[in-house]
Design a protein around this ligand. Sequence first.
Ligand code: FES
Length: 110
Amino acid sequence: MIDWTPITKAVNIPLREGRAVRVGGREIAIFHLEDRYLTIDNQCPHKGGPLCDGILSGTTVICPLHGQRFNLETGMPVMASQAACLTTYATRVEQGIVFVDLLGSKQEAA
Ligand code: FES
């Protein structure tokens, strides 16, 4: 099941940046990579840092508070011994609008 929800115009998310959006009772962070958009929970599981303000490095984001890295494709912390993983949300752009599947998915840490 997929719950595609229109979120914002794609032009509202500059290249290599993230933006937070509160929708459906949660706050998500949408990132604009070179060739696509990726979406995760905005709140870092360590101490709640706003991941939308983190620095992008390839397909990872660096939390602005303490530097934990998260893979935007899987939601997993880059150093597996740290922090819980994040929910990721399938994202697509259609006619200039960013759609996010708000059902999301979460991987289990190994
Ligand atoms: S709040 Fe993100 S690493 Fe600490």
